[in-house]
Ligand binder design. Structure first.
Ligand code: 2AM
Length: 176
């Protein structure tokens, strides 16, 4: 079985900026450079056959270049406490539209549509214990410079020693 998700890769300058915000938050497990991405659609466990269908379906998604910038930080809470610290992106319209086209392509091969609202975000830290105060975040200013999104990728998540290992298994469109 393969645990798959569809996500944007981030150019080196954006990843560097996101690595520079580390620090100042107690209990944070910061995401490594090779873990940084923006999820368009989480797929979950599929067998090899379904993975081939996913790969072919993603090939039919229309990709129109758009610019994206880092936005405001945010958090996801579970059972009343923060479990994910993330950085948002702006604008959200085009990345949202791309996520919808990915969703439609996967619907055509029988994957159920995503029911949760799409909140485009780049996870920068996770918490297994109580999150400390977030006043110190971000430790460095986030750059406003936009980058061009010209493609997306199919990723596989494997559980490693140091949290999840994410690997790009196929790219669609053009890349950095
Ligand atoms: P997260 O960063 O907000 O946790 C790989 O696990 C990627 O898929 C992560 O970006 C993660 O989002 C997302 N993901 C994991 N499990 C998910 C789920 N059940 N629903 C939606 N997205 C999920």
């Amino acid at each position: 079985m393969h645990r798959l998700f569809v996500a944007l890769e981030l150019p080196p300058l954006v990843r560097d900026a996101l690595l520079a915000v580390h620090g100042g938050v107690a209990g944070a497990r910061w995401q490594r450079d090779d873990q940084l991405h923006l999820t368009l659609r989480f797929i979950g466990e599929v067998d090899r056959h379904q993975a081939q269908d996913v790969s072919a379906a993603l090939g039919s998604v229309n990709i129109q270049r758009f610019a994206l910038s880092l936005g405001l930080p945010g958090t996801f809470d579970r059972r009343g406490r923060i479990d994910t610290l993330w950085v948002g992106v702006t604008p959200q319209s085009e990345v949202g539209a791309l996520a919808k086209r990915v969703d439609s392509a996967l619907l055509r091969i029988g994957l159920p549509p995503e029911t949760r609202a799409f909140v485009p975000h780049i996870t920068v830290a996770r918490f297994s214990r109580i999150a400390g105060p977030l006043e110190g975040f971000p430790a460095a200013p986030l750059p406003a410079t936009p980058w061009d999104v010209t493609g997306f990728a199919l990723w596989e998540s494997r559980l490693g020693h140091d949290g999840a290992d994410y690997a790009v298994i196929e790219r669609y469109g053009s890349h950095y």
